[in-house]
Ligand binder design. Structure first.
Ligand code: IMP
Length: 180
């Protein structure tokens, strides 16, 4: 297979991300003040860098768990199916839960995950997305906290991939194809 012929233009610097993550962590700390333990659920794989930075800024007792969901389009219809590829290891009934997502795009993934986890009756369920592309939304859903709203661009870096590449970039960049 040929390597994709694209370039990555920086959109959000590592410094800007770090400052935003710190600010979001303070808001989360305030929102969950007094919690016995906050279960921070990272959606694999795109959130792995974000969750790693975020939990280290949250000064509360935390437990970290992961969920892997896969969404794919049906070419005949605009509806989407979301499959759970890896479920949580722990129970969340009666607990305080924060779901950590990399990007909210159409919204199918986050709304499905919220629905799934609410059915398990957590005490409180909140969500955080590093990036939000509101112009792409097909399902009415909004994260409790959002790092940055971005335009309809395909982005990579800080855990986010393009065909499994570029997850290790320290910044968020947009993918550009120089020859169209
Ligand atoms: P949604 O169900 O359409 O909201 O899909 C969200 C998921 O699609 C994210 O968790 C990402 O894995 C992926 N995604 C959406 N936009 C981008 C992008 O610009 N770059 C890389 N992955 C993306």
């Amino acid at each position: 297979m040929r390597e994709p012929d694209y370039v990555v233009d920086e959109m959000i610097s590592a410094k800007a991300i770090a400052a935003r993550v710190e600010a979001l962590a303070k808001e989360i700390e305030a929102a969950f003040a007094g919690t016995e333990k906050l279960v921070v659920v990272g959606l694999l794989r795109g959130s792995f860098v974000f969750i790693a930075d975020l939990v280290r800024e949250i000064d509360l007792p935390v437990e970290v768990d992961f969920l892997e969901a896969s969404s794919y389009g049906d070419s005949m219809e605009s509806s989407r199916e979301v499959r759970i590829l890896k479920d949580l290891r722990g129970e969340i009934a009666g607990r305080d839960v924060l779901v950590v997502e990399d990007i909210v795009d159409t919204g199918f993934t986050l709304s499905h995950v919220i629905h799934l986890l609410r059915a398990r009756e957590p005490r409180r369920l909140e969500t955080i997305a590093l990036l939000d592309k509101p112009s792409r939304r097909e399902v009415e859903v909004r994260a409790s906290w959002t790092g940055f709203e971005i335009p309809d661009e395909f982005v990579v870096g800080y855990g986010i991939d393009f065909a499994q590449r570029n997850r290790n970039l320290p910044f968020i960049g947009k993918v550009r194809f120089p020859r169209g």
